[in-house]
Design a protein around this ligand. Sequence first.
Ligand SMILES: [Zn+2]
Length: 243
Amino acid sequence: MLAELLDLVLPATCALCHRPGGPLCPSCRDAAGECLHPSPRQAMPSPPPPGMPSCWVSAEASGALRAVVTAYKDEGRRDLDRTLAGWLAPALRAAVGADVAAREALRGRGLLVVPVPGSPRARRRRGDVPLMPLVTRSVEGLAGRATVADVLRPTRVTRDQSTLDAAARAANLAGAMVVRERQEGVVRGNVCVVVDDLVTTGATLAEAARALREAGASRVLAAAIGATRRQIEARATLPGPLP
Ligand SMILES: [Zn+2]
C-alpha cells in the first residue's frame, strides 16, 4: 500500500544507479543482460559437493546481475520480481527439458518445484521469502503439471555462508535442512527441481537435494538464475539429453 502511494508521488528510480526509470534503466538493464548466457547452461561447482544435483543456470553471477539480485533481496526492490523471474524461468525450463524423468513427471503425475528455504534469521530480517514470487512466476512458464512445493525447512541456525570456503560451507550446511513434518508424502516418489537464486559452491543445493532424497524423492534436479564463473561447465549449452 505504501509502495503504491509512493509510486504516485515519486518517480521510479533504477535499482542500481538510482537515476529515474525503474526498476532498471536501459543501461543497467544492458549491463545485467551481458551476464546472461545465450541459452541456459549446466553449472557444476568445482569441486562438486557430494550429492550435487544436475543444475541449470541462465547467467553468470557477476557484476550488474549479482547487484540486481542483491537489490531485490536485501534493498527492498521487490519491483524487480518480473525481471528476475524472467531470468530464472529459462533455467528451470532447461533443467526440466534436459531430464527424461522430469519431462515425464510434467506430463504425468506432476513435478515439484522446491525453493531452498531461507534461514530463519534472513526471514526475520526481510519479513518475507524473496525467492518465492520468482519461483511462482517461473513455474507458470512450464507447460504441464508443476507445483511450487515449499516443503523444506532449516533444522538449525547456520552461519552466514558468504564468508566461508567450499569445505566450510558444506560442513555448515550438513544436515541443515529437512522436509517439513507431514510433507514427506508430498515428496515421496516424485521428481523435484530445487531452485535457488545464485549458485556459488553448490552446498545449499546439495543439502536441499539430500533432504528431498531422504524423504523419498525419486529424482532431484536444480535450477538457478546464475552461477559464479568458475562453476560454469562449458560443455552443455542446449537443453537436451546429456551424454
Ligand atoms: Zn541504472
